[in-house]
Write a protein that binds this ligand. Structure first.
Ligand SMILES: [Mg+2]
Length: 306
C-alpha cells in the first residue's frame, strides 16, 4: 500500500477522466458548520457543466433532505433533493423498504428524523425531552409502549438516562430490530476546545447497556451506495468519493470499491494517513485515499482552466 498522491494540476486530466459520478461528504468538505468553503458552489456547477453527476452523502442525522436543501440553497449551491443522501432518510427508507416495517419505532433522534419518518408514514415515539425523575429504584416504573417493535438511534440533543433506559429495555427482546444512523464519535466543531459527543457515543451507550450491536446504516457501511444505485447510474470504478474523514468517507470508498479523494479541511490530517499506513490493524492499513488535496477551493481553481 503506497502513500496517497497529492492531486496536483498535472494529475488533473487523469483524475477528471477517471469518473462520471462524484460523491461528496458535506461538513469539512463543502462547508465547515455554517460557513461555505470558498468556491465549492462553483465547483459543483463546473462539474455539472463537464457532464459529471455530483451526489451528496452525509452521516449527519439531524436534518431531513428538505432541511439540507435549505442549507445548500442558503450557502449558494444548486442541488436537487434526490441528490441528497442523509442518514435520517436512510433510516426511514431502511425501515420502510427493507424491513417493510409496520409497527412503531422507539426513536432516539432528531426533528429531522421525525420529518423523514412522517414522509414514509412510519409510526414512532420517544422524541423530545424525556428527563429522568426520582431515584434509580423508581426507574423500573417508567411506562413502556407495548406497540414498540424497533429501536432507532440517531443524534439526539435531548438524550437522557430515561431514554437510554427505555431503549435498552426494549432491546431485551432479541427479535427487536436495532438500527443506528451512524457511529461518528464526535461533532466537527471548528476552532473550539470543546469535544461534543456524536451519534457514535449515543449508539455505544445503548449497545453497552443492551448487550447488542446496532445495525449501522451510514458511512462507512455500503447501504448508502446501494441506495444510490437504485436511483442513479453508479459504476464503482467510474465513481470518486470525496471526504474529510478516513474512517467514514474514505473507508466507504474502500468498502464500495470507489476511487477516493481526501480533503484536508476537516477531521483527518495527512499525519492520520501516515498513522494508518503504520497501523497494526489491516483495515486501517487499507484505508489510504488514492489522492489528497488541501481543499476543494484549490480543485476549483485548477478546474477553471478546463
Ligand atoms: Mg465530514
Amino acid at each position: 500500500m503506497s502513500r496517497a498522491k497529492e492531486l496536483t494540476k498535472q494529475l488533473l486530466r487523469q483524475f477528471v477522466d477517471s469518473f462520471d459520478t462524484i460523491l461528496f461528504d458535506c461538513d469539512g468538505v463543502l462547508w465547515q458548520s455554517n460557513d461555505v468553503i470558498s468556491k465549492t458552489p462553483a465547483l459543483i456547477a463546473k462539474l455539472r457543466d463537464m457532464g459529471k453527476q455530483p451526489l451528496f452523502v452525509t452521516n449527519n442525522s439531524t436534518k431531513s433532505r428538505r432541511q439540507y436543501m435549505e442549507k445548500f440553497a442558503k450557502l449558494g449551491f444548486k442541488v436537487s433533493e434526490n441528490e441528497i443522501f442523509c442518514t435520517a432518510y436512510l433510516a426511514a427508507i431502511y425501515l420502510r423498504n427493507i424491513l417493510n416495517f409496520q409497527g412503531k419505532a422507539y426513536l432516539i433522534g432528531s426533528p429531522g428524523m421525525q420529518e423523514e419518518f412522517k414522509l414514509f408514514d412510519i409510526n414512532y415515539t420517544g422524541t423530545g425531552p424525556d428527563p429522568v425523575t426520582g431515584e434509580v429504584e423508581d426507574w423500573v416504573k417508567i411506562p413502556l409502549d407495548p406497540e414498540v417493535t424497533a429501536v432507532v438511534v440517531g443524534f439526539d440533543r435531548d438524550l437522557s438516562m430515561r431514554k437510554l433506559t427505555k431503549g435498552a429495555t426494549y432491546l431485551q427482546d432479541p427479535k427487536m430490530p436495532f438500527i443506528a444512523t451512524n457511529t461518528d464519535s464526535c461533532l466537527p466543531i471548528k476552532d473550539s476546545q470543546f469535544l461534543i459527543p456524536g451519534t457514535g457515543s449515543i449508539v455505544s451507550a445503548v449497545e453497552t447497556a443492551a448487550g447488542r450491536d446496532a445495525l449501522v446504516l451510514g458511512k462507512p457501511h455500503k447501504f448508502m451506495v446501494d441506495l444510490i444505485k437504485e436511483k442513479f447510474t453508479l459504476e464503482p470504478r467510474r465513481t470518486v468519493m470525496v471526504g474529510d474523514r478516513l474512517n467514514t468517507d474514505i473507508q466507504l470508498g474502500k468498502n464500495a470499491d470507489l476511487h477516493t479523494l481526501l480533503v484536508l479541511t476537516g477531521v483527518s490530517k495527512l499525519s492520520d494517513v501516515d498513522s494508518n499506513l503504520e497501523s497494526s490493524d489491516p483495515t486501517d492499513r487499507e484505508c489510504i485515499p488514492d489522492y489528497y488535496i488541501e481543499s476543494l477551493t484549490k480543485l476549483t481553481e485548477y478546474l477553471s482552466d478546463f
